[in-house]
Design a protein around this ligand. Structure first.
Ligand code: FMN
Length: 336
């Protein structure tokens, strides 16, 4: 399949793996790139620019295909040394960066001078238009369904994607709630040039996380995520667990006066506990509603191949079937 996104990043399939804290290590990024998508290393999971340089080198050893690095611009008292992270990306020969969080405007000259393609993750049309204006090459439009930070507008992708298509000139991928061929074909129909998946990629053989995490994703349904930190205007969609129950209790008690210090225990340092140790009740970690569509733990290649085979079948059989008057009742699935 050829789209503006496959052409922009020099990849075979229009599928991107979103940056994920403590998940987006070289193993997963290389597996996604080797399977024809764009794998992404999560920059800030590497505690220093030197460690990121090593992670990029490790990924380079595992794939000769293009891969990217995620740079998340967080509101924080002590900002990470972003220029040094960008230098590590540039020196590592990485040609794709997924930015997220705050606008990457101040870093665009450095990224562009290094010949890096920038895809900025946005949760609104206005932020997408700003990304286009400051020279981003593409946008990842992240709907309300998404795992992680959906912003504060609460617009799901059925509305957000066609709105983005109406307004944007640069290509965009659909992000949030994407799991399979049906997601991809729907995203393409709504104007996207591909899709970005986060949660789905965690439940794969290569994702370098504790098996408890993968099993929890297979077990959970679309009813098992919840929004936290709304009062802080830092809303995050997470998987429900005992730690999150405690967090919600504190949020109920504090109401609008909630401060980040009040929930420090439930949000700080949780990722290594969950992803490395498999402590599933440790606290808040990002997970999308799409968890309701995750029923297995395939290899990344099996997942991506299945998506592409089924997408072709949906387009060629089901959709053209409607035009030809031969209705295929259910979207064709390679795996029941
Ligand atoms: C466990 C987890 C950690 C994430 N960490 C980050 C991150 O560090 N930076 C970032 O930009 N996005 C992060 N995300 C968001 C993903 O890149 C992606 O935008 C999101 O998962 C898409 O929604 P989906 O989960 O429905 O596919 C994370 C998502 C998950 C599930």
């Amino acid at each position: 399949m050829k789209t503006a996104i496959t052409e922009l990043f020099g990849i075979q399939h229009p599928i991107i793996q979103g940056g994920m804290h403590y998940v987006g290590f070289a193993e997963l990024a290389a597996a996604v790139s080797n399977a024809g998508g764009l794998g992404v290393i999560t920059g800030l999971t590497q505690k220093t620019p030197e460690l990121l340089a090593k992670e990029i080198a490790r990924c380079r050893d595992m794939t000769d295909k293009p891969f990217g690095v995620n740079l998340t611009f967080l509101p924080s008292f002590t900002a990470p040394p972003y220029p040094e992270y960008i230098a590590a990306i540039k020196e590592g020969g990485v040609k794709a960066v997924e930015t997220a969080g705050r606008s990457p405007e101040q870093y665009m000259p450095a990224l562009k001078a290094a010949g890096i393609k920038v895809i900025h993750k946005c949760t609104s049309v206005r932020h997408s238009l700003k990304a286009e204006k400051i020279g981003c090459d593409a946008v990842s439009v992240d709907g309300f369904e998404c795992g992680g930070h959906p912003g504060e507008d609460d617009i799901p992708n059925m509305i957000l994607l066609p709105r983005a298509a109406d307004e944007l000139k640069i290509p965009f991928v659909a992000s949030g709630g994407m799991a399979d061929a049906r997601s991809l074909v729907a995203a393409l129909a709504m104007g996207a040039a591909g899709m970005n998946m986060g949660t789905r990629f965690i439940a794969t053989k290569e994702a370098p996380v504790h098996d408890n995490v993968k099993q929890a994703l297979v077990k959970a349904t679309e009813l098992d995520t919840v929004l936290v930190m709304r009062a802080l205007r830092n809303t995050e969609r997470v998987l429900k667990n005992k730690g999150v129950d405690g967090l919600l209790e504190i949020e109920r008690e504090k109401g609008a006066s909630l401060e980040i210090e009040d929930i420090h225990e439930q949000v700080a340092g949780v990722y290594p506990k969950v992803m490395v140790n498999g402590e599933m009740d440790a606290g808040a970690w990002s997970c999308g509603m799409v968890v309701g569509l995750i029923n297995d733990i395939p290899t990344v290649k099996e997942l991506i191949d299945r998506i592409m085979v089924e997408a072709e079948a949906i387009i060629r059989q089901r959709l053209t079937g409607f035009l030809d008057g031969v209705e295929v009742q259910k979207p064709p699935r390679a795996v029941a």
